[in-house]
Design a protein around this ligand. Sequence first.
Ligand code: ADP
Ligand code: MG
Length: 629
Amino acid sequence: MADIIQLLPDHVANQIAAGEVVQRPASVVKELLENAIDAKATSITLIIKDAGKTLVQVTDNGMGMSVTDARLSFERHATSKIKSAEDLFNLHTKGFRGEALASIAAIAHVELKTKTEDSEIGTHLTIEGSKVISQDPAVVSKGTTISVKNLFYNIPARRNFLKSNPVETRHIIDEFHRVALAHPNVAFQMLHNGGDVFNLPASNSRQRIVNIFGSKTNEKLVPVHEETEILKVEGFVLKPEFGKKSRGEQFFFVNDRFIKSPYLHHAVASAFEGLVKNDIHPGYFLFLEVDTHSIDINIHPTKTEIKFDDEHSIYAMLRATVKHSLGQFNIAPVLDFERDKGFDMPYDYSKKQPTAPSIDVDRDFNPFKERAKQGNINFPFKRDPSSGSGLTQSWESLYVGLKDDFDSAQPPRGRSSSGAEMEMEFESEEVTGSLFENNEAETGQITFQLQNKYIVSPLKSGMMIIHQNLAHQRILYEELLKNITVKEAVSQQLLFPLQLHFSKPDVEIIEKIREQLEHTGFVFSALKDETIEISGIPVMILESHVVNLLSQLVHDIKEEVPDSGFSQNDKLAKSMAASMAIKTGVSLNREEREHLINQLFACKEPSVSPTNKLVFTTIDASDLDKKFM
Ligand code: ADP
Ligand code: MG
């Protein structure tokens, strides 16, 4: 038999290779924009016609190419960016495969105009289906313009495969966003069929996001910042309330390169847990910087996937960082995590085999379901201690040896059927409890109240003294903040609407915070002139308490002019918590005391009150010992 194996001609090989790199006009856009960035351009213009099907043109003011380089740039595996395979592990450029221009030239009509800084005259090169048609000197300014016309002109099957113009344009805009977001210091312009689509001046990250996604975006951004030895994270997350039903703005950049990572997405999404409903996707723009040696971006031809050496640690840090940012901006209560010291000691950390990045999410998690189940309205934060956060667990270790005390603690029973009534009893001045409960001896529980103000509880190492009012403020604050943010509070309908009278300006103030109040469970049926009509109130308050609560709120708001939406939510939650919490002077029975303690330590930040006061203190037995020496 005659020899039948033959080498494919270059243009055929290029056409085949092109299939990997160029799937649609947007792929061309990505490659050309990235080349312009690699050429250190400070201003880049993208022009497309017919969704890129007729023309994709990118002009940059970067370093340009010499006459020879211009010609070489269209050869396969022609790149100025790596010289050896090792360079792959120290990449600071977008490109490195030397495939893009060769691939594009194999399946389109390409025109290149380029000039370097130091040459007098530039080059004009035309290529069609890998064949050089012409190369002439040309008068052009420094930089490069590449025009790609009639994409897939020689592969009709591919051309027919392209989607409608709106769909292809959407893809192009996505690529444009990704590159523009990663490089806010570069000016970008995009025109479609002659019309301006984007005009983005060189700026900073926040400004770039706002310029792309609209001025309203500004107030939605929560800055994120963390720097450790193995990872630097900068950027923004969108406040939980701006999460979308569809996957909206979700951007990860690693070393200025847009990447897709379901794993890292999960880290961010889990930081939002409890703040957004299950079907809402949080938005984020996160810029990660890692040592180029610790990643491998070579695993995907279009380079949107990436492999980290230490994925687990990155996950844990990212999650913690986002949580922390949400906390700092009072979107979520802080201190749900302890910043692992291992973050600063990468090797130590990686040896530790991270426990934090567990990927199980309770998809059915619904903060209100739990409450309903327990019929425990006044203390909705009760959690199963075994499923609690690391913090809860670490608190529990304080109680080793006293396990029964807390495991057997139940919501108050038998005193009243609804939380509201219970609240009334809390608020009453009636002194019902005695200093020591009789049945304590039975279970060995020894919590007691001091001056109807403090709850004292023994610890293995000594004792803990809790300020009842501040503790309850913390519990209510976290609950309220969550309700306001997640917007899903439960309200109790009033049999007869409540008519309240305020001054006109006060009614206007209430009108301003109406939305947030409604998130806590208030239902306003009318709000006008000097009258407020309320037909529903939060389950955790008493009807008779509403006037005081609203007056206090109005007072607090007048005292301090609320600024941005979030700090306003925070102030509202603080103010409501302060006026709703059990007061000093109220006697609590054993169950109430224990329940308060349990609720407190199920909080994200039990140690300080919403107004930053100490909630409890501990006295060590060894300190006592000293007194008796
Ligand atoms: P890669 O980017 O992977 O190196 P490309 O095929 O995209 O491969 O480009 C090949 C080479 O052409 C690049 O390495 C670079 O030297 C040169 N080049 C491409 N586009 C530009 C540009 N806009 N300005 C300057 N040089 C460019
Ligand atoms: Mg390239």
